[in-house]
Design a protein around this ligand. Structure first.
Ligand code: B1M
Length: 220
């Protein structure tokens, strides 16, 4: 197979052997982010479709996810920083990022972390299955400017709503704008249903780049 098809295939098949060599070869042809967006994410999409239609079993999905993570980690040092230098001037603002309670999916969240970190933001990444109490404690302790929640399960969209309600009842809604993302969310659910619920600002990010644009808007 040609290089980029082979790379995509590696994600679908969960095949690690030779992955790094292929990624290095790909880097001579395309920037790291394009490899992630065009090739690797397309492989993950196929994995989702195969799993959804019962053609792929969970352990294989996990293997694909591991290869995806290894690939992203390998590419991360090659992702272009913003103009403010390799360490990235993290002075643009601070966000606490978490996958919500009950949800283990973290590939998308970690991409958001990478994109924001490389563009001047300080990201406090709490990891997966985070209850709202932990998220709010971290936002408080770190003096966060915003909170980002990720979740891929339909169940997680309900949890996000509950989290926003909890923030209302604690009286902290106007303190932190909230960014939401993840495959099960829709723009209309966030912009209609959740905007109605939350007393502060809540925004939907379709992908990590929209997350960055929203963060820039929030901090402007
Ligand atoms: Co799971 N899984 N999974 N899974 N998994 C989905 C989400 C599913 C849609 C697959 C399917 O059925 N077709 C389905 C959900 C169905 C539903 O709720 N309606 C599902 C299921 C059912 C499950 C389990 C319940 C399976 C089981 O145990 N029987 C289980 C859940 C466990 C739990 O959470 N409690 C489970 C487990 C797993 C693995 C562990 C095997 C693995 C995750 C590994 C990991 O993340 N470390 C896994 C995977 C890999 C997937 C699919 C195939 C791929 C997800 C992914 O990484 N995509 C997924 C299929 C799908 O999504 N269609 C699926 C790539 C990633 C970059 O995209 O995270 O959407 P995504 O992020 C995007 C945007 O959404 C956005 O930016 C990213 C792109 O730039 N974004 C944000 C995300 N978060 C953001 C936050 C922001 C801004 C943007 O700001 C805060």
């Amino acid at each position: 197979l040609p290089l980029f098809e082979r790379l995509e295939r590696r994600i679908v098949d969960g095949e690690r052997n030779g992955l790094e060599a292929d990624l290095d070869a790909a880097l001579t042809e395309k920037p790291a982010l394009e490899i992630i967006n065009d090739t690797l994410l397309s492989g993950m999409k196929t994995v989702g479709e195969l799993f959804g239609s019962g053609q792929m079993q969970l352990p294989f999905v996990l293997q694909s996810a591991e290869v995806m993570k290894t690939a992203v980690a390998h590419l991360e040092p090659h992702i272009e920083q913003d103009s403010e230098g390799p360490e990235g001037n993290r002075g643009k603002g601070r966000i606490v990022l978490a996958t919500v309670k009950g949800d283990v999916h973290d590939i998308g969240k970690n991409l958001v972390d990478i994109i924001l970190s490389n563009n001047g933001y300080e990201v406090v990444n709490l990891g997966i299955k985070q209850p709202i109490t932990a998220i709010l404690d971290a936002a408080e302790e770190n003096g966060a400017d915003a909170i980002g929640m990720s979740g891929l399960l339909v169940k997680s969209t309900v949890i996000m709503k509950e989290n926003l309600e909890e923030m209302n009842s604690r009286g902290v809604a106007t303190r932190w704008p909230v960014l939401l993302g993840g495959a099960a969310l829709t723009r209309s659910y966030v912009e209609n249903d959740l905007t109605e619920v939350y007393l502060g600002e809540v925004r939907y990010a379709r992908d990590a780049f929209e997350g960055l644009r929203l963060m820039d808007a929030v901090m402007a």
